[in-house]
Design a protein around this ligand. Structure first.
Ligand code: HEM
Length: 187
């Protein structure tokens, strides 16, 4: 496969780093934070969740800037502008909308998290190590409900993204994941 059809190494690193961070942040949010009372035992998972969420926001901004200013990732053959969108599989048709929405919703999730953290004083209490008591319930802040609701939408978007990869890699037998990996011609 020619270098033009592959992603550059920095792009590959940011993509997989982002995937790891998003899954970890989701994991902590859903498996720990959502069910735990706001006791001091919650400070550590909350601190990790917040730090990972902010790292995600930084990476999303970096990826958008890179895309706009430095490097536009290549299209796949089936995404060629000469092939009409309607003739492509439905999962690929959805990609046109899902890719920008993935950026938008991950950034929004992080911003909503920050919108909970600021009024709840979490940057001092949790990340600053001040050790003050957490609010009894984060749902007193409107952003908390939105943070939970948008997480469901983001999960659906990620599910589509993963299904596209499974469809092309394993059902159609294409070297789909190879495009998002290091190869000697993209180094
Ligand atoms: C893309 C980044 C993020 C993702 C995917 C994410 C995901 C989640 C999820 C899935 C939950 C549980 C939602 C529920 O069950 O209703 C949650 C809760 C929470 N998140 Fe995030 N989050 C992100 C970023 C952030 C950031 C940057 C902060 C703060 C700086 C933050 C602060 C919180 C807080 C305070 C809660 C509520 C915990 C509770 O109610 O006990 N999140 N997050």
């Amino acid at each position: 496969m020619s270098a033009k059809k592959r992603y550059r190494p920095l792009w590959v690193i940011l993509h997989w780093l982002m995937a790891i961070l998003v899954f970890s942040t989701f994991g902590i949010g859903l498996l720990s934070l959502a069910y735990q009372p706001n006791t001091p035992a919650k400070l550590v998972p909350l601190a990790v969740h917040m730090a990972l969420g902010i790292a995600i926001l930084v990476i999303v901004i970096a990826r958008v800037l890179l895309r706009l200013l430095v490097f536009r990732p290549p299209r796949r053959a089936t995404q060629s502008p000469t092939i009409k969108l309607k003739k492509q599989p439905i999962l690929d048709q959805l990609n046109v909308y899902v890719h920008p929405l993935l950026y938008l919703f991950t950034a929004l999730m992080a911003l909503l998290g920050i919108a909970i953290a600021i009024p709840a004083n979490l940057f001092t209490t949790v990340l600053g190590g001040a050790g003050a008591a957490l609010p009894a319930d984060f749902y007193i802040y409107p952003a908390r409900t939105w943070h939970g609701t948008l997480s469901l939408i983001l999960m659906l978007l990620i599910a589509q993204h993963v299904l596209v990869a499974i469809f092309h890699q394993f059902l159609k037998g294409e070297n789909f994941l190879g495009r998002m990996w290091f190869n000697k011609d993209n180094r």
